[in-house]
Design a protein around this ligand. Sequence first.
Ligand code: NAD
Length: 424
Amino acid sequence: MSKAIVSKLYDSDVFRMACRQFDKAADAINLSEDLRDRTKYPRRCMAVALPVRRDNGTTVVFEGYRVQHSLSTGPSKGGIRFHQDVTLGEVAALAMWMSWKCSLVGLPFGGAKGGVIVDPFNLSRGELERLSRRFMQEMVSFLSPRVDIAAPDMGTNEQVMAWMMDTYSNHVGHVEPAIVTGKPISLGGSEGRREATGRGVAYLVKAYLDDLKIPIREATVAIQGFGNVGSETALALAEYGARIIALSDHTAAFHRPQGIDPRKAAAYVRYNRVLHDFDGGDAITNDQLLELPCTVLVPAAVERVITEVNAPRLRCRVLAEAANGPTTNAADRVLDARGDIEVIPDVLCNAGGVIVSYFEWLQNLQNYYWTRDEVLTKLYAILDRSKASVESQLRKLKFSRRLAALTLGIERVAKAKEQRGLFP
Ligand code: NAD
């Protein structure tokens, strides 16, 4: 009964994909039937209408969501996405992945996610501010530093977090930086948070290349998506000595076998918002980018871009999932059968973001701030530990790396639920 109601609410390709991943992992570790649905389905969700005054005086109503997947091990934690394709099911899937990710890397958080159906590129700065503030206003009774903490995701950034933090603080009557992470440093943001996800991706890519005995200076990299995660991944990998041969965003994609300077691309995007008309190399399509011969392929944009159609044609050695959910279940089966591509699964690969968000929340609660070196050293230590536990699970149980990571994450959440018992 509850199963049917829940699946209807969230039903979508991406939610079904997250559920199938869960089912496979639950089967692999023989998770008891009693715990399965409790662990799998989101705890609760909120849908809100967001009336916003446009610059031309008219009013438009956007729809927004927040899904809190699990609150069994601490407050829930997750980003807020502004994108035209957002659905409640997508937000629920992303919240579910956040639970496994936080659990895998040992953070005292459950998973959450939020989203608004809007193309932020079509909003003026004033409209974006009014939408961000209205979203937080509607969520005031649903979020708190001890219940659910927000962060940036696709289409949102430090400035959006600043408006949300200001709105919440005005509501409660005192400054409450711990309500969101990914804030500007002047408002209690953490050193190293802006680059944390991309640096974490790059750090893990280097670690896996080391395992494969591929010198990073000989590695070529293609990256889809050039926002916060894609650009910071490119900058960090280039710093390690890798050659970035392709970049893209939703407006353009470029290929240059001799290498593209990611600093130039980042400077271009800072000024022009998007890569359109950037002089980066030969124009290609986003689909072509994914199939380029390269050492490392980094999807860093939307879900479900590696499919059963292009998976047989991928020509990378390492697939580093900086985006959440970039690989469909059918593509996963193809990659498992191929066996020649090392997949760094999303729940491990992009965990640097939530790890440093955790550090930011801790610093806010303690009012004691760390240096960038302290932040990055602690980040890398957690990534090393998490990678080691995934590799040990993979060896012990002969799982794929995704299954190894998911089973570790899911097992810890399920165990916490079991030990707490079922109320009432
Ligand atoms: P962002 O909004 O800063 O950047 C998104 C980028 O993807 C932009 O360059 C955009 O143009 C591009 N893009 C959008 N649709 C595209 C498409 N169809 N094809 C090609 N490019 C497209 O977002 P972000 O924060 O960098 O997030 C990117 C991914 O990383 C998302 O999957 C997000 O959930 C995940 N992620 C983000 C963080 C974080 O800290 N921001 C942490 C973990 C995971």
